[in-house]
Design a binder for this molecule. Structure first.
Ligand code: GAR
Length: 212
């Protein structure tokens, strides 16, 4: 069986031009491969944007060194330093505003966010999740899809609303599940599609506002 993927909406980079560069902030908790995909789309002249700062919340997160290698400022915000989620989000908002970002990308950000963050950047907070939402919200989206024995998995980029992994969908990619898939092999194929849709979805969201 071929691994035929469907991406929707099917927009090419020529349809996704932005008149002025948008100022992005990235928040990530892990290895940061989605951050790299966004940075690559910018470097290749596809996504008209600048990543002003990468915030990470785990000391060991590999995204830190990846951002530093590209000369992008990084800020460590440790959620464990705060007694409640709102206090942590206040610090995120302060940091993002200090770097004058207008769009925020949660690229593997493994924290529940509060109205403090959502309301500070209305309709400008973007999340990527490794499932075809609204299925398989929360942690282990890929594992959940395998356990449910669905035949098609995928990934979703959406604007963030209060309910976890919910909000207006910008773009999705559907990835067939193969008979011998493990969580690792399926997640790897889903991630390849994440790298395709995340930068495009950012441009799509920005186009719909046309404010940088
Ligand atoms: C991605 O697969 C992303 O969809 C997922 O974390 C991974 C981060 O990978 N996000 C979530 O599960 C959010 N609920 P990366 O660090 O290599 O970009």
């Amino acid at each position: 069986m071929t691994d035929s993927v469907i991406i929707s909406p099917d927009v090419s980079w020529s349809d996704l031009s932005l008149p002025t560069p948008i100022a992005l902030g990235v928040m990530a908790s892990g290895k940061g491969s989605n951050f790299v995909a966004v940075a690559n789309a910018i470097r290749e002249g596809k996504l008209n944007a600048e990543i002003k700062v990468v915030i990470y919340n785990k000391a060991q997160a590999k995204v830190k060194e990846k951002a530093e290698a590209l000369g992008i400022p990084t800020v460590f915000c440790n959620h464990r330093d705060y007694s409640h989620r709102e206090a942590f989000d206040e610090v995120l908002v302060e940091t993002l505003k200090a770097y004058q970002v207008h769009w925020i990308v949660m690229a593997g950000w493994m924290r529940v966010v509060t109205p403090v963050l959502i309301n500070a950047f209305p309709d400008r907070l973007i999340n990527i999740h490794p499932s075809l939402l609204p299925s398989f919200k929360g942690i282990d989206g890929v594992k959940q899809a395998l356990a449910a024995e669905v035949k098609i998995a995928g990934c979703t980029v959406h604007l963030v609303r209060l309910e976890v992994d919910s909000g207006p969908i910008l773009m999705q990619a559907a990835v067939p599940i193969l008979a011998d898939d493990t969580e690792a092999t399926l997640h790897q194929r889903i991630q390849t599609q994440e790298y395709a849709i995340l930068p495009r979805a950012i441009a799509l969201a920005a186009q719909s506002c046309l404010i940088s």
